[in-house]
Design a protein around this ligand. Structure first.
Ligand code: ADP
Ligand code: MG
Length: 240
């Protein structure tokens, strides 16, 4: 579903992604791990063109999204993104946060958008919070709203950039549980995370990035038990 070929991103003199090549299948759950500054967020942001690749190609289904003729808004409609810092609209209620884009971008009628939003709030366990504003929610609740908001666009792909890194420890599980539900539903997911248990238990594949280079990728059992490269061994020895 996602084909990334020789993806390179340069900021000034800094090559942040260096010829990254990989593919992600429909329904696959891939975690991206690696040291801070290794290019994980940049890779994720290139997939929905929040960053413009310097060179290389990204194809999603039949659409080469790195082609200058591609309509970026059309690409993004199909890709949900969840950020470490939630990025909810602070002046909107939970319900408004979730119904805004479907109405604006997909021209869905308000009543229908609200019905769908309530179904999603029910799914993430927050049906009673539709009138709350983001600052009245805990971090875990905010992140669950952010996931519901992304899902309201009915994306085919969900990207998560360290979705639990800003949360207090007791709130991590409630967010991971919502993500696991999505996995069960067959969502195609790319997840940057420091939650190694999520990577081990839930992911189909781990991609290890270091210094902008895809050093190795493989199934989580192999990667965590028998990393092939010294760089991956060193990284794992520091975090496990
Ligand atoms: P990670 O998510 O793995 O911590 P990032 O993708 O955020 O890494 O960043 C990789 C490198 O790219 C870092 O050196 C970072 O400083 C740099 N970088 C990221 N975004 C920008 C930007 N908008 N302008 C300049 N440098 C950037
Ligand atoms: Mg990052």
């Amino acid at each position: 579903m996602i084909h990334i070929h020789d993806l390179t991103k340069v900021f000034g003199k800094n090559t942040v992604l260096n010829k990254v090549t990989t593919s992600i299948d429909k329904g696959e759950v891939v975690t991206i791990i690696g040291p801070s500054g290794s290019g994980k967020s940049t890779l994720l942001r290139c997939i929905n063109l929040l960053e413009k690749p310097t060179s290389g190609t990204i194809r999603i289904g039949n659409v080469t999204i790195t082609d200058p003729k591609t309509n970026i808004m059309e690409v993004r409609k199909n890709i949900g993104m969840v950020f470490q810092q939630f990025n909810l609209f602070p002046h909107m209620t939970v319900l408004e946060n979730i119904t805004y884009a479907p109405q604006k971008v997909k021209h869905i009628q308000r009543a229908e958008a609200e019905q769908k939003a309530r179904e999603l709030l029910n799914k993430v366990g927050l049906l009673d919070k539709e009138k709350a504003y983001p600052n009245q929610l805990s971090g875990g609740q905010k992140q669950r709203v952010a996931i519901a908001r992304a899902l309201a666009m009915e994306p085919e792909i969900m990207l998560f950039d360290e979705p639990t890194s800003a949360l207090d420890p007791e709130m991590v599980k409630e967010v991971l549980d919502v993500m696991k539900d999505l996995v069960e539903l067959g969502m195609t997911m790319v997840v940057v995370t420091h939650e190694m248990n999520f990577a081990k238990e839930v992911a189909d594949r781990v991609i290890f990035l270091d210094n902008g280079v895809l050093i190795e990728e493989g199934n989580p059992q192999d990667f965590f038990n028998q990393p092939k490269t010294e760089r991956a061994k060193l990284f794992l020895s520091k975090i496990l």
